[in-house]
Design a protein around this ligand. Structure first.
Ligand code: DC
Length: 214
């Protein structure tokens, strides 16, 4: 029996993970958050206080780290770090760590390995281009920077955090820039990806659009 892969790529804050999780629920596939793995490595680097410019050290930390994603949880050396990887300091630094080719190779190996023997919906930046170029269906989900910043702002407000929309906007633009201009596996839509712009659309509308394309 051959297992299926649905790839969902796109820039930060476009709603990929919300859509990917809901889609996986609806069709009974396993959801895998590939970005959570880069976040987990980044968290470990920050906790250990390793300067980001010490690339060799970062690589050796990644080599000796155990990362797993199962049952919607991210495991860093056996410990669930679902909340910690969403911390602001991780979001600010993860793009630098994710640009290191040696670290990407380690993560891609894990991402392929944990997708074996099951049907998966995976979201990220290079799922349809690098991790699974043969994915059965590929989506590229995007939205304007303004809209992505506004969504993030509302999310933070709801959780009771103080936030400045301009700060969020510039942080998103910066991450987009780093993710899409890095030399290894830059963020881009696969040639055969279905592109969905979620600007002005509700989650339900986007989910319907995705399902109608499967
Ligand atoms: O999707 P996210 O915001 O949690 O991703 C965190 C970072 O990881 C993001 O800056 C880009 C990087 N990433 C990547 O390079 N490749 C992936 N497949 C997933 C995420």
């Amino acid at each position: 029996m051959s297992y299926k892969v649905i790839a969902i790529d796109g820039p930060a804050g476009a709603g990929k993970s919300t859509i990917a999780k809901k889609l996986a629920d609806v069709i009974g596939y396993t959801y895998i958050d590939s970005g959570a793995m880069y976040r987990a490595i980044t968290l470990k680097i920050l906790v250990k206080n390793i300067p980001l410019k010490e690339t060799e050290k970062l690589i050796s930390i990644a080599e000796e780290t155990e990362i797993d994603f199962r049952d919607n949880s991210i495991y860093l050396d056996g410990i669930v770090v679902n909340d910690e990887i969403r911390e602001e300091r991780v979001s600010r630094n993860v793009s630098y760590v994710a640009a290191i080719p040696e670290i990407r190779k380690l993560m891609v190996d894990i991402q392929r390995k944990i997708s074996r023997n099951k049907n998966v919906v995976m979201d990220g930046r290079d799922v349809g281009t690098v991790i699974f170029p043969q994915a059965d269906v590929k989506f590229y989900i995007t939205a304007s920077v303004q809209e992505r910043a506004a969504r993030r702002y509302n999310e933070l407000k709801q959780k009771g955090y103080e936030a400045e929309i301009q700060d969020i906007k510039s942080q998103i633009a910066k991450r987009d820039h780093i993710d899409s201009t890095r030399s290894d596996s830059p963020l881009r839509a696969a040639d055969d990806a279905i592109i969905i712009d979620t600007t002005g659309k509700s989650i339900e509308e986007v989910l319907d659009e995705v399902i109608s394309n499967i």
